[in-house]
Design a binder for this molecule. Sequence first.
Ligand code: CTP
Ligand code: MG
Length: 177
Amino acid sequence: MADAFSLQWLIQAIIFILPAYVANAVPVIFGGGAPIDSGKKFLNGKRLLGEGKTWRGLLSGIAAGFLAGAILAFTVPAEYAYGLATSQRIALAFLLSAGALVGDLAGSFAKRRVGLPRGYPFLLMDQLPFLFMALIFAFPVRVLSLEELVFLAVITPVLHAVANRIAHFLKLKKVPW
Ligand code: CTP
Ligand code: MG
């Protein structure tokens, strides 16, 4: 096992979470069309999830995250994948991707409940639910150490901000967050 915060430890943690990152990013490119909540509103009169959460985004995100994780499962050596078997790593690819997008929906649900309109920034609510839900989904295959959890919770909002600025610069997103 790699020492906490050694280079191998850092690289492993990032490779581990990549399917969730891919799943979360791809809907920006392939999303759109019918919203998952089909326009339905909830108790506070605001949308259940909002126009930004679509079936196409959900399915393309899970598919792309799974594909990315499957490619990693066949290419990255086991010592950079916590010694897990290929089958476990393929299961993780799906669990992390599906978890990421379920967490993303939960974040939007929470934003609508406090009355924030679609696309409005909500620090940490935009960045952490997808990460934590991905990790919860991954639990049956791998439980992270506390150090890994803290490390990912710190780098994810930073990477999220950088990725969104790039997406805005490339005119993929109207807003830079
Ligand atoms: N997207 C999608 N389907 C999803 C998730 C995202 O189509 N399940 C697309 C939408 O075009 C969305 C964009 O990806 O606008 C960026 O995602 P995100 O920032 O999560 O959504 P917001 O539009 O900011 O909406 P919210 O306020 O609900 O987070
Ligand atoms: Mg947003």
